[in-house]
Design a protein around this ligand. Structure first.
Ligand code: NDP
Ligand code: OXD
Length: 310
């Protein structure tokens, strides 16, 4: 019997995952990582936000599975064993992210906050905006999520530009790459969508320098990770009018502390890290497939590159 340790910060969720994985893989054993009977027998760890050092007690681990697309929460473990890290991705995740990005880009594009404010005053105040074809949307990160979101925005009619580390060709999207292409990517962008992984290179990338390259009055959508954003720079840019509005799904500290200024800010929309949450039944199906593939021959499509950080 193959033995797997499961860790999520919530005990109830850990138990749910153990039950679901057990139903899908009755020939494998699943244990809560904090109550493993025989640590030497554990071959895989399936985790979300593991605590530092929590994987050390398992000397025979073969791979770590991130319950999610990002692996920054795994790499945050300063005592992480040097092992393959498998991401959990799939069409449900890309579909949900596309929906979130389309919803919030359209909301900023059509200036819904202004229309809602006039409704609250019982005021008939039409807002005329250009058609999407004359609105430039920039997507940072053109991986699984960013590429699909960019294609979806292009299909709606937006003037879409995208930015990644390596050059890309995506129908309907003008692409830029690397540090050298970042400035040109930002020039003229009015709605900026962040779908980058959190790495040493991307931490703090949503800062004043970036905001100042955008068209005045631009909007920001951060659906990637909280530490991509320099919070104080955003507050300053909103006050100066360089940035008109922001939608934020992710934060430095989650849940967002109740006294954080973002909660009550009239130009900020806060969502509680729901842009593209993988649901447990789907996630467990993907993970069971990946575990079996990895166990069979040590390969799986969704392997992350820990040195690169994503
Ligand atoms: P991928 O690894 O598939 O894609 C990452 C993209 O970012 C790639 O195009 C990569 O370029 C680009 N990139 C990485 N580093 C740089 C850099 N330094 N400069 C420019 N481009 C860079 O990731 P996903 O699309 O699957 O996910 C992206 C992130 O979204 C996740 O890491 C996670 O943090 C976040 N996420 C948020 C969710 C939410 O609900 N809010 C849900 C799921 C994910 P290249 O292609 O050249 O390698
Ligand atoms: C992920 C997330 O990384 O949900 O999948 O943030």
């Amino acid at each position: 019997m193959m033995n797997v340790a499961i860790y999520l910060p919530s005990e109830t969720k850990t138990q749910d995952w153990i039950r679901m994985m057990g139903e899908l893989m009755p020939d494998w054993n699943f244990h809560p990582l904090t109550a493993v009977p025989d640590p030497e027998a554990i071959r895989y760890a399936v985790v979300w936000r593991p605590t530092t050092g929590c994987l050390r007690p398992f000397p025979n681990l073969k791979a770590i599975v991130s319950i999610g697309a990002g692996i920054d929460h795994v790499l945050a473990d300063e005592d992480l064993p040097d092992l393959p890290i498998i991401r959990t991705v799939g069409t449900d995740l890309t579909q949900r992210m596309k929906e979130y990005v389309a919803l919030h880009v359209l909301r900023h594009h059509r200036n819904m906050p202004a229309l809602q404010a006039s409704q609250a005053r019982s005021e008939w105040a039409p807002v005329v905006v250009p058609p999407a074809t004359r609105r430039r949307v920039g997507v940072m990160g053109l991986g699984n999520l960013g590429a699909e979101a960019a294609k979806c925005l292009s299909a709606i009619g937006f003037d879409v530009v995208g930015w990644a580390r390596s050059p890309k060709t995506i129908d309907g999207v003008t692409t830029f790459s690397g540090a050298a292409g970042f400035g040109d990517f930002l020039d003229g962008t009015e709605i900026l969508v962040n779908l980058l992984p959190l790495t040493d290179e991307t931490r703090g990338i949503l800062n004043n320098d970036t905001f100042n390259r955008l068209k005045r009055g631009a909007s920001i959508i951060n659906a990637a990770r909280g530490p991509h954003l320099v919070d104080d720079d955003l507050l300053g840019a909103l006050a100066s009018g360089q940035i008109a509005a922001a939608t934020l799904d992710v934060f430095h500290v989650e849940p967002l502390p109740s006294d954080h200024p973002f909660w009550q800010h009239p130009q900020i929309t806060v969502t509680p890290h729901v842009a593209s949450l993988i649901d447990a039944p789907t996630g467990s199906r993907i993970i069971s497939r990946n575990l079996r593939a990895f166990e069979k021959d040590g390969t799986v499509a969704d392997l992350a590159d820990a040195r690169r950080g994503y």
